[in-house]
Design a binder for this molecule. Sequence first.
Ligand SMILES: Nc1ncnc2c1ncn2[C@@H]1O[C@H](COP(=O)(O)OP(=O)(O)O)[C@@H](O)[C@H]1O
Ligand SMILES: C[C@@](O)(CCOP(=O)(O)OP(=O)(O)O)CC(=O)O
Length: 496
Amino acid sequence: MNSTVVSSPGKVLVAGGYLILDPAFSGVVVSTSSRFYTVVQPRTTAQPNTIQVRSPQFANATWNYSVSLDGERAVNALPENASQNKFVHLALKSAISLAAELKGVSAVSATLASGLDIGIVGDNDFYSQRAKLASLNLPRTLQSLSQIPPFCPTDGSLSNVHKTGLGSSAALITSLVSALLVHLEVIPKAAFAETEIPTEGRLLAHNLAQYVHCLAQGKVGSGFDVAAAVFGSHLYTRFSPAVLEALMNDDSASTTSLLPTVSPSNPGWDYRIEPFVLPPLVRIMLADVDAGSDTPSLVGKVLQWRKQDPDRARGLWTAIDQENQSLASNFAHLTKLHDKDPEVYGAAVKYLSTLQPVQWLANPWTPPEEVDITAAFFEAHRITQSIRTKMREMGELSGVPIEPTEQTDLLDACMSQAGVIGGGVPGAGGYDAVWLLLCDPVDCSPDQRPTERVERLWGEYSKLNVSPLSAIQSKERGTRIENLDEVPGLQAALST
Ligand SMILES: Nc1ncnc2c1ncn2[C@@H]1O[C@H](COP(=O)(O)OP(=O)(O)O)[C@@H](O)[C@H]1O
Ligand SMILES: C[C@@](O)(CCOP(=O)(O)OP(=O)(O)O)CC(=O)O
């Protein structure tokens, strides 16, 4: 049997942090061009029913497992493994159990007859490249990032790697679970074709990945990161945790049937995915900012404040949600304006790229056909600024650094650059990252491109150490099937 290669993207929660935990609200999730890749191959010299998983970007990151399919099904980590990986282990267990349920034990045995070799790598963006750039004596620019080999080793172990917040565990679990389901013939490769309506196979992979991710994290979160890894950019409304309750509390999970819970026909999966993409000629730019924050502790404090001050919280969350929804409809409106007349839209974006947002509405000579486009871009700026103000207010009320002063200063400096539409702190906020939306015209000459202006600002910024990520928005619908030879550097990374 041939190899199976599946990739899943990372995410940025641009709007809807905290609110997304409540099904009454939704969040704007952008999936990234940065992906996790899982490569499943038969081994040639191994024992039957053995699985080796390798993460060549890390030290001590090979895990061997033995699978027993007769009687009680089990996937056991071998005692000689140098470390444990709960995420990987639970993904193997669950995908193999589901395959045995759906395809029968003998079919799974046949696929495992000579053992499996699984390689996992993540794009460099998932892990901070700050130290690497410094060691190569390279400035912190997009150009420098492109000089680092793909899937570069991190010179450390998984437990002390500096993550950038793109959601490594969700992208990893989703690509691993999906690759196993395809390799074990539970779902066909075609399930991951670009379809308007998600296929049954994609929905099944989503449900199983959500379950595994919750189990590995020991809690049922909103699940937007797994949803982005499966479906790509979208407006996300969470599922009720009740759907996973029974399995999460089940100590005998190895004997319990998974299908009734993870089946796409289980009405308990009440999450909603609404289509969403960034408007044309708009680029997202992400930065890894020094000093990470601890999402669970931020989340705990905000939720506690919400309980203690329910009226104020309700008012503020409703107001934030209105702006979040406006942002999504504003982007849809911009896309429509583009489709109506791409040329005029392109000219407007080129012009806006030369001015700070505060100047966008001030030009009395704006050509009449560009007035609506300019106004819509200014509205995107206004909304993102308003969301920031309200998120800061929530931070003050709950005593949590959602947008700490250091980040406020950095973001304000970005907002004063020509062609920057808006920005914020992704997800739960804190000190560790910022996102920006920039005008990204086809040609900006003779002016500098907004991306270049921002790179320069970040490079010279002395109050914080700011390093760009290379990610842009992924326009693909989330998880996809890959060809091993067509992903630059993948084959080489796996043979190290
Ligand atoms: N490249 C990788 N190979 C194997 N496991 C990985 C890899 N990257 C992340 N993981 C798994 O994901 C876990 C990190 O999860 P978590 O702390 O929730 O991170 P995140 O916030 O990025 O989702 C690691 O402990 C490991 O089990
Ligand atoms: C607060 C949240 O709504 C969003 C947190 O988003 P982040 O993008 O900050 O998440 P992590 O990758 O887990 O750090 C909690 C949630 O939805 O799980």
